[in-house]
Design a binder for this molecule. Sequence first.
Ligand SMILES: [Cu+2]
Length: 171
Amino acid sequence: MTRAAGLRHRAFALLVAACLAVLAGPLAAHDFRLGPLRIDHPYATPTPAGAVNGAAYLRSIRNTGDAPDRLIGASTPVARTVEIHRSVVDASQVMRMRAIEGIDLPPKVELQLRHGGEVHLMLIDLKRQLTEGDRFPLTLRFQKAGEREVTVWVQKPRGSASHPGAAEHKH
Ligand SMILES: [Cu+2]
């Protein structure tokens, strides 16, 4: 085999491997782009019947650009309002959530906004129950990049409890 043919062969093998990896993925994923921002797999955990609030997450958000941006808000037709929350452990070791004004997205940095993490999007006053398999739109608002509607998949995350404190969340 010539060197060029060998390289082509190798490239093809990698392509096949990549395709197989996608097909074999345990969970399908979805992602969105807005300018330099890459928003990977928005999801929400199912809510119990009658729950007032829910929580939405992003598997990751990456700023591939050279300038900082900031996530400053969100809205969805399934809730009256959306707040960006940070979980903090207070002096008596109780986990509490408080609303924050935004999330900084420094250039070339990938952040995770996953369940069990520090930051989440709180869906306040749900208009309907979120059940597994559901999808709903969520509009994310960024300081520089503007707005992007993404689709949120409602799914039970593997091996996790539900949103800590969601049930007793008060405003
Ligand atoms: Cu919260």
